[in-house]
Design a protein around this ligand. Structure first.
Ligand SMILES: [Fe+2]
Length: 754
């Protein structure tokens, strides 16, 4: 069976996934290794970690063993979409053109070479072009949702910002095949609509969408303002058809031709208040607008799911794409009763495209037979692991006092007692999670019954906004005692409602109170995980997917009678989830966390020595730079070649101009370069810097001329002939904005970058 590496990169959330024999051997996000959140760089560190992990089990010794390397989208199709966008909006769009084009010309259009070079740097393997494959972006999402699901056949819905052209798709998966049926295309996009509101409400696009979702329940569902906001969205921003397809009025948005998401003045006129500045106070109208867009999103997702049901006739649904991380909308689809079961890829965003790319090539390019019936994500614990011996060695090196437990059950009993006493515990076990959620291997834990815990965790530990809710990890068979609906939710991708018998009644003027008052009102017997609308982002834990975590919650139940604990990701604001024991220890030492568990070791904060952040940063920098450090001999050869070229040019100029000083200068440079390695490196560095500045100035002039003299006139001529490639015209009488595609993917769809 083929051994396939999937890669997503160069946009945001780069990642890698390795697949063989229908088995996902490894999957991890680049950000976890580089510590740069949503890192878009080529996932060199993740691939190295994959090699290290797989070498130890013998699954992969060298990249030379790979049958294919699959990139998660088609760069040429994306480039075509960019050009069409410039044609549609020129003369607007110059700044975006100037920002995007250098990257495309230098890197993305030469992606095969770039990937080949990067892989060669990792272990010297030359991956021939015939082994480099490309999967369509939404096919990657669809494959990541359908193939690892337990379903033999299912409707598949993918929803994100944008891939190449598609922003949403409806497909059907049967056996090992995927057939796409409908697509919505750029610039009309539910993901971009949600991101536009994320931006307007003062959060970061492509990462703050969770915050918007968490803020929405603070809106007052009974208020006239929420209803007015929804009306304004439906009336002015979008035209929504009954099948869930939508058109977006581009006069209100700037993401297609500008450097921002929205036309802020037009939005201010529409909603009656200006864009919220990041970190400024959150007022009730911000919450109401968040609720309005969440309800509109729910409405659209349910409509699209209904269309998928009608088109395919199938009773199971698979979801992926960034919008599928919206667990409120997922719960609405579930509640609509359209499908018997729904499965969502835990890494539904672009990182998951790496896995989808590998799986789509496995089943569609290599035509591997597919066996279904079980969830193939292994609880999403697909990243690297660290041996007990290695952790001990690290703890010794750092003189970190700890208690070692020979019996894991004793450790669980001890930790459950610490949690019950109100302590916050960092919990680090086994393989790192794949996807944005921590599911019990890289988690921070607390007591869900504690009224103070939400505030403590948000402000003192996670250092993030106080309004953000926490998720419960609950024993699978006890979930029904506390939550509706009674359904397994191992990946924390659906919200559930706290049952009425566990709720506390809210005062009648609750929604009129200031946000801070509402925030810490005791809403249930498990207040730390009960959101303001009695919802909870549930994780059910069973023995099969995460035994150690399950044993801890079992122990907590024995200690307290409560079958759940708070489970939040092991990181602080603006940082990725920790990957290594050292990163976990650093997070433990730089926050108010009380205890840390790594494997069977328990660290108490009070007993630890003073933490040296400077030392950690130096180690991290050295580790990261070693990955890309050039071979010293090659660097020396390159430096000497650079100096020779410079000396020749200067010598030539001196000879032609009969200027002896220039000749002396050329000689001095050549002599210094030969005499001293350091001086040679500096001379080449200065040369490159001057070259870069001149190149940047030249390329900016060239790009501006291209945009003004070539692209804009062409765009105006095209518009004269009424060519509307982006479908910018509203169609009030049409029944759908979907494009009908009806296409079954096959072997030939992976060879090209288009
Ligand atoms: Fe995507």
């Amino acid at each position: 069976m083929p051994l396939i590496l999937g890669i997503s990169a160069f946009y945001h959330d780069s990642a890698v996934a390795l697949v063989r024999d229908e088995e996902v051997l490894f999957a991890a996000h680049e950000e976890r290794f580089t510590r740069a959140k949503h890192d878009p760089a080529f996932p060199a560190h993740a691939i190295r970690a994959c090699l290290d992990f797989c070498r130890s089990s013998g699954a992969l010794k060298s990249l030379a063993e790979l049958d294919a390397v699959v990139f998660y989208d088609k760069p040429f199709l994306k480039f075509e979409r960019l050009l069409e966008t410039y044609y549609a909006f020129a003369p607007r769009g110059l700044r975006q053109f100037m920002a995007a084009m250098p990257l495309w010309i230098k890197e993305k259009l030469l992606l095969k070479k770039r990937i080949g070079d990067e892989l060669k740097r990792i272990d010297g393997t030359v991956v021939e072009e015939s082994r480099l494959l490309f999967s369509e972006h939404h096919l990657s999402h669809a494959a990541s949702a359908f193939y690892p699901s337990p379903f033999d056949e299912a409707a598949i819905v993918t929803l994100d910002g944008v891939g190449e052209w598609a922003t949403a798709s409806i497909a059907q998966g049967v056996g090992n095949s995927i057939k796409v049926l409908r697509e919505l295309t750029f610039p009309h996009s539910l993901g971009l609509l949600y991101s536009a509101f994320t931006f307007y409400l003062g959060f970061k696009v492509n990462s703050g969408e969770y915050k918007l979702m968490g803020l929405a329940p603070y809106g007052d569902p009974a208020s006239a303002r929420v209803a007015e906001f929804k009306q304004a969205i439906y009336r002015s921003l979008i035209d929504l058809k009954e099948d869930g397809s939508l058109w977006m009025d581009q006069r209100y948005f700037e993401y297609a031709s500008g450097m921002r998401m929205v036309n802020a003045r037009a939005w201010e006129r529409l909603f009656g208040f200006p864009a919220r500045q990041p970190e400024s106070s959150i007022e009730q109208h911000h919450c109401d607008l968040a609720l309005a867009i969440q309800q509109v999103t729910d409405d659209i997702v349910v409509k699209i799911a209904r269309t998928a049901r009608e088109l395919t006739g199938l009773r199971k649904l698979c979801l992926a794409g960034g919008v599928a991380l919206n667990c409120v909308s997922n719960a609405r689809v579930l509640a609509a009763g359209l499908f018997d079961d729904i499965w969502v890829q835990p890494a539904a965003g672009d990182a998951g495209g790496a896995l989808g790319a590998a799986l789509s090539a496995l089943y569609l390019h290599f035509n591997a037979p597919r066996t279904s019936g079980s969830d193939r994500m292994r609880g999403s614990f697909l990243g690297p692991a660290y041996s007990d011996r290695g952790v001990l060695q690290w703890a010794d090196e750092h003189a970190a006092p700890r208690t070692a437990y020979d019996d894991f059950g004793d450790l669980c009993t001890q930790v459950s007692g610490l949690l019950a006493d109100g302590n916050v515990v960092g919990w680090f076990q086994g393989r790192m999670e794949w996807g944005p959620r921590a599911l019990g291997n890289r988690s921070i834990l607390g007591d869900a019954r504690s009224p103070a815990m939400q505030k403590t965790l948000n402000l003192a530990i996670k250092k993030r906004e106080g309004f953000r809710p926490f998720a419960p990890a609950v024993l699978a068979e006890k979930a029904a005692d506390y939550f509706d609906p009674d359904r397994a939710s191992p990946y924390m991708l659906f919200t559930a409602q706290v049952k009425p018998e566990h709720r506390k009644t809210l005062p009648s003027d609750y929604h009129a109170r200031p946000l801070n008052d509402k925030l810490y009102f005791i809403r249930s017997h498990v207040p730390a995980i009960t959101h303001i609308d009695y919802s909870a982002r549930l994780q059910t834990v069973d023995r099969n997917t995460n035994g150690p975590f399950r044993r801890l919650i079992d122990a907590f139940e024995r200690t307290t009678g409560c079958p759940m604990i708070i489970n939040t990701s092991f990181n602080v604001r603006s940082e990725p989830i920790v990957c290594t024991p050292e990163a976990a220890y650093r997070c433990f030492m730089t926050t108010d966390m009380d205890y840390l568990v790594i494997g069977n070791l328990l660290f108490e904060k009070k007993a630890q020595p003073v933490w040296s952040e400077a030392g950690y940063q130096a180690r991290l920098k050295s580790r990261l730079s070693s990955v890309h450090a050039p071979n010293p001999e090659k660097k020396r050869r390159d430096d000497l070649a650079g100096i020779a070229v410079l000396a020749l040019i200067l010598g030539g100029i001196g000879a032609i101009s009969h200027n002896q000083w220039v000749l002396y200068f050329a000689g001095a440079i050549a002599t210094t370069g030969l005499a001293s390695r350091i001086a040679a490196a500096w001379i080449v560095c200065i040369m490159l810097w001057i070259g870069r500045v001149l190149g940047a100035v030249n390329s900016r002039i060239l790009l501006a001329l291209t945009f003004g003299l070539l692209l804009t006139p062409l765009a105006l001529v095209r518009r004269l002939f009424n060519r509307d490639s982006l479908k910018l015209a509203r169609k009030p009488d049409a029944s759908s904005y979907f494009t009908t595609r009806e296409y079954t993917f096959g072997k030939a769809d992976f060879r090209n970058m288009w």
